[in-house]
Design a protein around this ligand. Structure first.
Ligand code: ZN
Length: 451
């Protein structure tokens, strides 16, 4: 095998999610490298890192185009094919430092991007209207982030353009951070939970640690391809179902609706968002049906600790129950119109539902029960019904874990492992664990920060 000297970092290949659709929307980003005149050095390897992180040369290593290919199931092409610079900035590092002329995130980042682009000679400036957005990377570690949400008016050389806009520094090129900022550029907003806690923003904002739109308090995996100062960076997680629905990234064929009329429940087998397959369901939509349009719509999704969600089972801060079972079911309130788009319903389970857990919505209007996970298959079976749920036979994975530990401690022969004994054990009757969404206990420490 040829030596792959040009691969990013440790050169670990990334396994893309299966495509569910043909690419139908192109988000082409212009990347401009802008040098501060008082910072003479360009960090070693930064040029190659930039082109691989945003461009075709780094696909297959978990770069930005890979991230959005996967989470959009190939609907969105988010990629850079044009890299310009280094252009000299018409400002210096004190302008970006505390109280500097361009220090603020809003409107400072936008002003920096406008000034760097305007510094390019006119004959080197491509037709900006052929791009979706602009990323400017500078050569000094000071600040990174989106200028605003979506496309807005960017003024370059006295001409206005509708463009998305992101400012990055040399330490911004890691997916847990950059994918969040690029997603702002694509029009996405922060995710919330229903706790009203302070996770770094408004009450509840950044409080969904299972969604990249809650920024840096999320559960991430270590990525050895995109290095920061020679060290592994944080990567993932993916996007939750409300964010994907708003972007139109879950095909209609992969959506299901709870429309059951009887007095029993309706069962769904959900694919993990990281394990799409054919037209099998990725999300179940649940409308409570109040008088207010778009007010009480919930999404039910299954997330498994693989792909961009690998950090759910590898992040040291991830809840032990999720690490043990391999995944979790999440229920969000989704607002197709209005804000916030996405509110994680915590219930009694810190939002992460495990087999045998029942979440009661809207004071008993509906319930969602997790029946089982099949990690090898990448799927979870859930039941939805009216009311608060019923008593049912259930075997918790956490019971098996406890049993395994006891077996190891008592030095039983290897063939008496917990899995084998599990099949011999009778199932136990457990009362349903129910809770109202407005009475959640504190989440595990997954505190978000503005990004
Ligand atoms: Zn943000």
């Amino acid at each position: 095998m040829a030596c792959d000297n040009d691969a990013p970092g440790d050169g670990i290949r990334w396994k893309n999610y299966p495509a569910l659709t043909q690419p139908s929307k192109s988000y082409r980003w212009l990347v401009v490298k802008c040098q501060l005149p008082d910072v003479t050095t360009i960090p070693a390897g930064l040029d190659q890192n930039i082109s691989q992180f945003f461009g075709i040369s780094g696909t297959g290593y978990g770069n930005i185009p890979d991230y959005f290919h996967d989470v959009s199931y190939n609907r969105a092409s988010v990629i850079s094919d044009t890299f310009l610079g280094w252009v000299q900035a018409p400002f210096k590092s004190p302008d970006l430092a505390r109280n500097g002329r361009l220090a603020s995130s809003v409107p400072g980042r936008q002003q920096r991007v406008q000034e760097c682009l305007s510094a390019l000679p006119a004959d080197q400036l491509p037709d900006l209207d052929t791009f979706y957005g602009v990323v400017v990377v500078n050569n000094a570690v000071q600040d990174g982030g989106a200028c605003y949400v979506g496309q807005q008016t960017l003024t370059v050389g006295n001409k206005n353009h509708q463009l998305a806009c992101v400012w990055f520094d040399p330490n911004s090129l890691l997916t847990e951070f950059a994918a969040h900022e690029i997603a702002h550029g694509l029009g996405m907003t922060h995710s919330y939970d229903d706790s009203l806690r302070n996770c770094g923003g408004n009450p509840g904002e950044y409080c969904d640690p299972w969604d990249i739109m809650s920024a840096q308090g999320t559960f991430q995996f270590r990525d050895r391809n995109w290095l920061i100062g020679g060290f592994a960076s944080g990567a993932g997680p993916g996007l939750n179902a409300p964010g994907l629905m708003n972007m139109g990234w879950i095909p209609a064929d992969n959506q299901r609706r709870f429309q059951f009329e009887g007095d029993d429940n309706q069962t769904f087998k959900l694919r993990a968002l990281s394990r799409p397959r054919g037209t099998e369901p990725l999300v179940v939509l649940l409308a409570i049906g109040t008088d207010t349009p778009f007010d009480e719509i919930y999404t039910v999704e299954y997330r498994q600790g693989d792909g961009w969600d690998l950090g759910f089972v590898t992040d040291p801060r991830a809840p032990a129950a999720v690490v043990a079972s391999g995944g979790a079911v999440f229920v969000h309130q989704w607002r197709p119109v209005g804000t916030p788009t996405s509110t994680l319903i915590n219930g009694s389970f810190a939002g992460a539902l495990q087999p045998c857990d029942t979440l009661v919505l809207h004071n008993g209007a509906r319930y969602v029960t997790v029946d089982e996970f099949n990690v090898a298959d990448g799927s979870a079976t859930i039941s939805i019904g009216f009311g608060r749920g019923k008593f049912k036979y259930c075997f918790r994975p956490s019971d098996r874990i406890k049993h395994d530990k006891r077996a190891v401690g008592s030095r039983l022969p290897a063939e008496s492992d917990g899995l084998k004994e599990q099949s011999d054990r009778p199932l136990r009757v457990l009362p349903p664990r129910t809770s109202a969404p407005d009475k959640g206990p504190p989440l595990p420490p997954g505190v978000g920060q503005p990004g």
